[in-house]
Design a binder for this molecule. Sequence first.
Ligand SMILES: [Zn+2]
Ligand SMILES: [Zn+2]
Length: 178
Amino acid sequence: MNTEKSNVGRHQLKVNAFEMLRRPGTVKQFDFSVSPETIDLSDSRLVPDTDIEVELVCESMSDGIVVRGKISATFHGECRRCLMSLVGRIEVDVHELYQVTITDPDAFLIEGDIVDLAPMVRETVLLELPDAPLCRPDCAGLCPTCGQDLNSGSCSCPTDGVDTRWSVLDALRDQLPE
Ligand SMILES: [Zn+2]
Ligand SMILES: [Zn+2]
């Protein structure tokens, strides 16, 4: 299969931190696809045989290596309201710091002079995959009484504010911490 990006093995997700830290300002670009298995990622929400796209720029500073860029993946599932199967895409902007000596509490530790990007890519994808996706933001869902898909028409059940209840649920969901 010919894709624009090269499919890489796990060793290519490793960066020689020693070399980069010797020269602050060194920039390395990563632009490739990895299979989930390559980074020990197994999750039923990911579409099988679909790669994760990684576009990262690593730059060395005097006290660490900054990794910035975008990670994208394709998921599938069922709409939480109407139960229709759906396929969607996550695109996550990342901005991480790797340090030999941790001075920033959010930084990742550089061990053995190597930055291994695989754990960060894996965690980023796992955090972003939706547990309860929607087929579209305004999905009307199923009638709780008769099961009619309200996206394709209303039913004759008495309406007691189904839409309102959905929006209350969504408001609660938005208040939950990530
Ligand atoms: Zn839906
Ligand atoms: Zn109904």
